[in-house]
Design a protein around this ligand. Sequence first.
Ligand SMILES: [Zn+2]
Length: 374
Amino acid sequence: MITRLADVVAVLEELWPPSLAESWDAVGLVCGDPEAPVRRVLLAVDPVGAVVGEAAELGADLLVTHHPLYLRGTTSVAATDPKGRVVHRLITAGCGLMVAHTNADNARPGVSDALADLFGLRDTAPLQALPAAPLDKLVVFVPHADAGRLLDALAAAGAGALGDYERCAWTTTGEGTFRPLPGAQPAIGAVGAVERVPETRLEVVLPRGRRVAVIAALRAAHPYEEPAFDLLELASQPGEVGTGRVGELPEPLPLGELVQRAAEVLPATAWGVRAAGDPAQLVSRLAVCGGAGDSLLPQAAASGAQAYLTSDLRHHPASEAPAGLALLDAAHWATEHPWVVDAARRLGAATTVETRVSTLVTDPFRLSSRSSTA
Ligand SMILES: [Zn+2]
């Protein structure tokens, strides 16, 4: 069976949902014909010229990268510009480009999970969780005899689902009262007379995205002309996905040994790994963030970790890091490359396409030299 680009994109979007991307990001299919057949996919951190050359040489039909080619709008893809040249080379080679950036950072498993796995971290949680899907609560008052039927209708519209349970509700009983005015067509009672009805107070939660459908179901199933109900927005709570990870090392390590371990398990770069902290400090809980992670320093400190591994740490945030939090700083590319390997494995397992991991080191810093007096 021929696998089309659209099929591969669907699998990639299932693994790293675009809905998890930050609002400023540019993820998804950058170029390629959804109907084109895909047999071979190359995965890499950066959509740079050398990687596109590698894709063309391999005969890859799709290049999947972590970093976007264009993060902001452009008015030209002329080959006079390095990014325009990338577009031209991709199209000439018949190779599509797909980006999974902050959606791959936030998803689980995602970029920082691949990094955490290199250290065998257990019981991991996001350093900064995205809010869980927002919920509403509906409270509705209905005659006892109609309560079960109304709950069935609300559940069918998407209300009352909690984890592995459905049609969840809480009820209590009381008395409703009303006086129908001229023009009303009351299901119970008569115009002009005060009516008292034994009613069930029915409470259900619902995904906010189902609000319109659930209210429509309520109005359709409720026996009253004017059903009484309250609709409340529930407070936002941290969800399961998000950026960065924190977890327990299989065994505590002195910082000095952890730095050595990091240099061994991360892909090699000229820079290697540098660190700040007492080499003898024991580390049992480690925070990690693939890519530039200095914005998560406060979350890393609050997570109970004794050390934080990320990249692109700047002088001032590192100098002013919370006491007791050791810092490990690796090359940006090296902290994200483990995801590329993991992504190739997952894409290969979910499709029949052949996956390859780029063999190029696209860390721009290719030289380093130790200061003789350090
Ligand atoms: Zn990055």
